[in-house]
Design a protein around this ligand. Sequence first.
Ligand code: ADP
Ligand code: MG
Ligand code: MG
Length: 885
Amino acid sequence: MKWVYLFSKENTEGNKEMKNLLGGKGANLAEMSSLGLNVPPGFTVTTEACIDFQKAGNQISDSIKQQVQEALKEVEKVTGKVFGDSKNPLLFSVRSGARVSMPGMMDTVLNLGMNDETVEGMSELTGDARFSWDSYRRFIQMYANVVMGFNHSLLEATLEDLKDARGVDEDTELTAEDLKDLVTVYKQIILEESGRSFPTDPMDQLWQAIGAVFRSWTNPRAIKYRDINGIDHNWGTAVNVQTMVFGNMGDDCATGVCFTRDPSTGDKRFFGEYLINAQGEDVVAGIRTPAPINDESKNDSNRNLKTLKEAMGETFDELTEVYQKLEAHYKDMQDIEFTIEKGNLFILQTRNGKRTASAAIKIASDLVGEGILSKEEAILKIEPELLNQLLHPRLDPKADKKVVAKGLPASPGAGAGEIAFSSELAISLAESGKKVLLVRQETSPEDIGGMNAARGILTARGGMTSHAAVVARGMGKPCVAGCSDLVINYSAKTVSVNGKTFKEGDHLTIDGASGEVFEGLVPTIDAEISKEFANFMSWADEYRTLKVRTNADNPEDSEVANNFGAEGIGLCRTEHMFFEAERILAVREMIFAEDVMSREKALSKLLPFQKKDFLGIFKAMDGKPVNIRLLDPPLHEFLPHSEQEKNELAEYLGIDIREVEDRAEKLQEFNPMLGHRGCRLGVTYPEIYKMQVRAIMEAAVESSESNITVMPEIMIPLVALKGELAILKEDALEVIKAVFKEKGKEIKYKIGTMIELPRAAITAGEIAKEAEFFSFGTNDLTQTTFGLSRDDAGKFLPEYVGRGLMPNDPFVSLDQSGVGFLVEHAVKEGKKTNANMHMGICGEHGGEPSSIDFCHRAGLDYVSCSPYRVPIARLAAAQAALNNK
Ligand code: ADP
Ligand code: MG
Ligand code: MG
């Protein structure tokens, strides 16, 4: 087993492709060494060694130790220095590096190998006692923190005290004697606090430090970071042991960080900060105000400081050459760490720099323009989810914020406003011009109005596919769902969270992209669609073969989706149209009807409303297909709940309120999701679907008369049997024929079904005989395949995912081997029966990149997703096409 890989100009054993084994940092240190850059030599202990260490109960095995010692000898050879030698000591930095960078999660120890003898050796060798003691005291500080686990402030406070006592502001003003005293005090404190003296044996220091880096993989901070970012806990971290170079040897020394392009705008300008006579993370830690490396990097806080270009012109030129070389080599914007020791430039790290979404698009586009990237490569470089940032208003990154709780990042964007605990209040506040945040235990279809009026939605219960989450995404509203720390008291009109209580009218802000909840109003900045973004998306469109449709229930959402490039509607849910104030009474009248005649009477009141909705949608989607699903949810969802609603209905129907209650009770079901819903309603109450088909087709014919190109698709939900579809299709055809006759005009249309029950998928070959299209309703198909209810899954699903029983929440990312198997089977069987069968997906998965990749491979014609995810789906579809070429 090879546990250790060398990197030096003379001998490098790794390269940039070996991130899984050497970590990102280690792989790039090797790569840069091979490129001939000035990288201090060293070696990387692999991520596999980290896993071995953990398995062995936090022990470094003998074989790892042996390979480390051999590598150490090699480094001594190339540097001509000796580890632990009192005359010519070799000092190390011990750094951590996982496959993907986890900024600030794990720590670095610099100047390892220092002790009372080597510090003297260093003083003599450099003729600079101040530098030598400064390095020693830094080493003790970092070692105490990272390896011995002491709080940072323990020794930092002593340093501050000493600076006060000497009347100086900056540590560079302390003398060698000061620093020597400081080391003595540090060692004393450590002895008192730990009962152990500070380790003086360099080899002992090294083993301890390597072990500490390995252990840091499982510190709570790192675990949390991986949870949030979906990083695998089993990867482990590598350890980089590297010869020290010194930016703290005087005024011809410095340390700094630079980006090859501007990480917030993507503009092509070299950009960075540095500090003279400093070491390590002084630049990032804000100990002193760092200076700009060039004029382009100046801002209000550093304008008066000397740039690196002015201070060390030659080294700056050298750095310019290096950054250009690295960017061209990695074909991406780089984030580079460097140190200058006595005028010599050393490169300590390079990585693809983190950037905002708009910068990512700009950089990828520019790199294509500069001939560094091909269009294909540029498309594959952008994480589709990143586009979220561009489509929703977001929190001003510069604003001060205080996190009070964290829930699920259900729908991205920033939402801030006054707390409203009811939809009614949300609506009335919004009408009076206020910003509202709707805070609910959970939401239900009745809350649509309140959700629509609110700037954001925060719920205590429910998962990523809870009502609140799904609807919010559809609306493009920010939403944090399932924030279980919230204790909502509706009667007291308060929400308590982690010891704080907020009243109705108090302000909260949510970040739907991170799931964070903040106190007060955090300022936001608007999203804008740049020319670059539009252009980039047009490249994606060149490569994808999947069409992208949207899920939209009204003309406004259709408009939004059109602007984002939707190519049709994949799912128009008719029931959302039933909740508006003027209609709900007629809907309830229909539900309460005890015979066909009274049901038809109620339905005839609804017909004009539905028709008007469809006219609006057809107009918005002129020239594009519109897939309309006939009524799907169980009827009880439309029942009156409050006393007032019940009274209103009793009055409207001219019956007693007790009768209202009686009939409502009769409609109750044990398992509404598996109950009297979908096409089962159509089979038992054919008049409902007939009314809907009539509304669709009258609207379609009338639209076509006003020169709108309509392509209606009528979709029948929850079919399990070919017979169900056959009956309902016959009913529909009868109505359609009648409408054509009345209007004296015919148009093209399709009738098809949703595949959302396992039986439908299994017998798809049969069902296909009656259908012109299949649309996979993967939300219900997931529920029915697993036999679990997504509304109740919150109680156990997170634990299942946490324990690795499921790789992902199957409602977020399609379960490819189970649910996906059914989809593939249905596609195959459906096409056998009808080679022209049109196939799409309309579940929430239609906007999720890995599920889109699956849809591409399964041979679907289109995906459909909420309006705000359309660009994400377009990009993911292009990546799927490129990745499966
Ligand atoms: P992080 O992963 O947090 O960026 P690093 O391992 O890059 O941590 O270390 C942080 C800083 O420590 C570097 O930016 C650099 O300034 C300093 N450093 C690391 N290794 C060396 C070294 N061999 N010589 C001098 N400074 C170093
Ligand atoms: Mg760090
Ligand atoms: Mg670093």
